[in-house]
Design a protein around this ligand. Sequence first.
Ligand code: 5GP
Length: 114
Amino acid sequence: MPTIFAKIIRGEMPADIVYQDNLVTAFRDIQPMAPTHILIVPNESIPTMNDITEADERVMGRMMLAAKELAAQEGIAESGYRLIINCNAHGGQEVFHVHMHLLGGRPLGPMLLR
Ligand code: 5GP
């Protein structure tokens, strides 16, 4: 079963896509938790961080570069931002297609609840 993110990448589901190239796609989160909340995903469906291999080095690097560019575009590069990749149950992963959250636009508080 294709995930919701696979459908967004293929243009079969609407989304506010802010960047797309041959390796990655970035779109705004449907339930933003900060003024900027963008999801950056590999175009290829990789379920979790546990599934990445050496063959994915390039796409994972591209996700980082896209995050840097998008942070600049959003005007949050200097104020700062946070990148998060959740994995499986304890990480709180809900969609099983690897994705990196780019969050910023306000102080984000401590990294984790104590
Ligand atoms: P996770 O908890 O797996 O790290 O994050 C999944 C994220 O995907 C959540 O922040 C959630 O709001 C977002 N999300 C879930 N369904 C959709 C959707 O259909 N469209 C968009 N743009 N974001 C979604």
